[in-house]
Design a protein around this ligand. Structure first.
Ligand code: ADP
Ligand code: MG
Length: 686
């Protein structure tokens, strides 16, 4: 028999703290052959487990040499040690150390999973090994459904799965009764007799008496080493056959070293399933943040879509609006200096240069006067005491317009106001009149215009409401429309005859010798030209829409900041939960390392778990968003009649992406902590 394991002058010292250390092993030198069943005996604390951990490659911090075949453990790198643990040794522990959330099959094949062996081969090999220990019928059960003896047989099967040369068993029967102890011993003996080296630590005289050799350790020194002359090999050949068969197999198929991402995700899934409630609660916490993020996006884009849609619906594509931009006061065109004439000349030059057969003249270019309450104070007084409170009703106007040429299509009730007087309101005024028909009602109203250098109040008496106009984008606001010429006439009474300076000009491109399409093309050409002019913009509605948009953006941004904060809280929550999960699963990590898992593999398992948490949270987040959107939609529809919420398909990816990125990045630290755990300490943990 060849010498399989040679220990030469090994010393092991534990650091207790900065200043003190404790020498657990003193100059250990001993050799073992394959086929031996060795019992290591000795008092508690004598150094037995310490020696086992060194032989098993779990602890590489020692002096001296441990030579296994052609390898010297003291000279191996971390990765070579991982491989050594995976291929050369199998561990059996006193407390079984099975992973409770995995099935018997998955526990046994863990080492194969780490080597990315196919599912079919895993099942085949595990079934064969479980047959040897008499458990082939239990393959689908969970560890908690087995007795102590059965658990230990599963652990032995797990140790054997990679056909190792050495089996290390630290008090394998310590937790078992006499009958089961003998069953386990019989299996270990058969394994030894099949040509493997089995080293077991035991306290039991009886167990020791069955082994082929007994080594006694006391205070970290070998004090006796006796062969058992009465040791007889078993007659059973099943393990022997299995071993030679496996040997052939192994030569043909060198194991790949990597745990695949898919297997890592599978392992994590089992673990997450085992603590469903915790994970669902956590996912729900993250989902609130994700859900509100999606809600904000829907709200933001909903408002944009709404504004764009309504802008499109009322503006006539053959009419070009030119408004003056102003930072203070009202944006007024300078009539005296012929500002609009200069612009018209520019437009006409541009049109002829670009080959359009159209000319802007005084006939197709009309002025307008539009102002919001920002620069004016407008109140309308109605002649009737509409709600019988003894006062004439007063309505504060949000926006004052002269009727633009394209409004004729939008008049929903009555007619456009004429030069002889008469005004129109937006549909919001209906609320004000209740049951009374507003058409034909008499209105006095006053406008205070605050132009820098020119403040004036214009009182218009006995105007009559001639119509209601609905431009959808602003139909909810109290807006008044008046004929331009009529307004200019009234204005002149207060301005000593000075002409009214318009805020806007409308160019009508429709004409007899042009088709509708040609008119529209000319209108867009003019719009292109105006956009190059500095200090001028399109319609007031457009700037109003822009104002709404920027308001919506501001609200959207602050809500996004809020959801960012809640996502940050979620991230910390994931970090804490994952961190605690690492502590809870210390033992499992130790087991994984003992069967050859590399740091990378452990990292991968925990990162997969963060990934799954992220995926789950993202899905929950989408559900939360769906519910919130529905509730808010119903509320808004009932309250204001519109619900500017729009969901875009790519929000699904934003939700999943954000939540996966957040949970993977918050899981990074716990994962690397798990990967760095010292296997010896993790296994010692109770
Ligand atoms: P046995 O398995 O024979 O009961 P161990 O090998 O577990 O004994 O321990 C041998 C000695 O080393 C004991 O005195 C124990 O207290 C000490 N020891 C074990 N692990 C550590 C450690 N991580 N740090 C300090 N001392 C340790
Ligand atoms: Mg021990």
């Amino acid at each position: 028999m060849d010498e399989m394991l040679k220990i030469v002058n090994v010393n092991k010292t534990y650091k207790i703290n900065k200043y003190e250390s404790f020498q657990a092993l003193h100059n250990i030198s001993v050799s073992f052959k394959s086929g031996e069943l060795v019992s290591i005996v000795g008092e508690s604390g004598s150094g037995k487990s310490t020696l086992m951990n060194l032989i098993g490659g779990l602890d590489s911090d020692f002096t001296g040499n441990i030579i296994v075949g052609d390898q010297d453990l003291s000279k191996l790198s971390d990765r070579e040690l991982d491989k050594y643990r995976k291929d050369k040794v199998g561990f059996v522990f006193q407390s079984f150390n099975l992973i409770s959330h995995l099935s018997i099959l998955d526990n046994v094949t863990l080492a194969l999973t780490l080597s990315n062996v196919s599912e079919k081969e895993k099942v085949e090999r595990a079934t064969n090994i479980l047959k040897l220990v008499g458990l082939e019928s239990q393959i689908k059960k969970k560890p908690t459904q087995l007795s102590g003896g059965q658990k230990q047989r599963v652990a032995i099967a797990r140790a054997l799965i990679n056909n190792p040369d050495i089996i290390i068993a630290d008090e394998p029967t310590g937790a078992l009764d006499t009958t089961t102890t003998m069953q386990i011993l019989k299996i270990l003996k058969e394994i030894a007799d099949s040509g493997k080296l089995v080293i077991m630590v035991t306290h039991s005289e009886k167990v020791a008496s069955i082994s082929s050799r007994v080594v006694e350790i006391s205070d970290g020194r070998i004090v006796s080493d006796k062969q058992n002359p009465k040791y007889k090999k078993t007659k059973s050949k099943i393990f022997k056959e299995k071993v030679s068969e496996e040997k052939k197999d192994k030569k043909n198929k060198p194991l790949k070293q990597n745990l695949s991402y898919l297997s890592a995700i599978k392992l994590s899934f089992h673990n997450m399933w085992a603590s469903k409630t915790k994970n669902l609660l956590m996912a729900f916490g993250v989902a609130i943040g994700i859900g509100s993020l999606i809600l904000m996006l829907c709200f933001s884009s909903g408002i944009t879509d709404y504004i764009n849609a309504t802008m499109k619906s009322y503006s006539d594509p053959t009419i070009v609006t030119i408004s003056k931009q102003s930072k203070d006061g009202l944006p007024l065109f300078d009539v005296d200096n012929g500002e609009i004439t200069t612009i018209m000349d520019g437009i006409n030059e541009y049109l002829s240069q670009n080959g359009y057969d159209f000319e802007v003249t005084e006939d197709n270019c009309s002025p307008g006067f539009n102002c919001p309450t920002i620069s004016t104070q407008i109140s309308a007084y109605f002649e009737d005491d509409l709600n019988n409170d003894g006062d004439f009703e007063r309505l504060d106007i949000f926006y004052f317009y002269t009727t633009p040429p394209y409004y004729s299509e939008d008049v929903v009730d009555g007619t456009l106001p004429t030069e002889e007087g008469g005004i129109m309101f937006a549909p919001a005024v209906y609320n004000f009149f209740g049951d009374i028909d507003p058409i034909g009602e008499k209105v006095d109203f006053s406008i205070s215009i605050n132009i820098p250098g020119f403040n004036t109040t214009i009182n218009i008496d006995n105007a009559i409401i001639t119509g209601i106009v609905d431009t959808s984008v602003m139909s909810g606001f109290p807006i008044v429309y008046i004929n331009y010429d009529f307004f200019e006439k009234e204005y002149k009474k207060y301005s000593n005859g000075a002409a009214l300076q318009p805020t806007t000009y409308y160019i009508q491109t429709r004409s007899e010798n042009l088709t509708e399409a040609e008119s529209e093309e000319i209108a867009s050409a003019i719009n292109r030209y105006i956009s190059t002019l500095e200090g001028y913009s399109g319609s007031i509605e457009e700037s109003l829409a822009n104002m709404f948009q920027s308001m919506a953006d501001t609200i959207g941004t602050s809500l996004i900041i809020l959801s960012a904060i809640s996502l940050l809280v979620s991230a910390i929550m994931i970090l804490v939960v994952m961190y605690m999960s690492v502590s809870e699963r210390t033992k499992e990590i130790g087991v994984l390392k003992s069967i050859g898992a590399r740091k990378k593999d452990i990292h991968r398992i925990f990162s997969s778990e963060s990934f799954l948490v992220g995926l789950l949270s993202g899905i929950c987040g989408l559900i939360v968003a769906g519910v919130l959107i529905l509730i808010i939609y119903i509320i808004l529809i009932n309250l204001v009649g519109i619900a500017p919420l729009s969901f875009k398909w790519y929000y699904v990816f934003i939700a999943l992406g954000v939540s996966i990125v957040i949970s993977i990045s918050s899981g990074l630290y716990p994962a690397s902590k798990a990967a760095r755990l010292d296997p010896v300490e993790s296994l010692r943990r109770e």
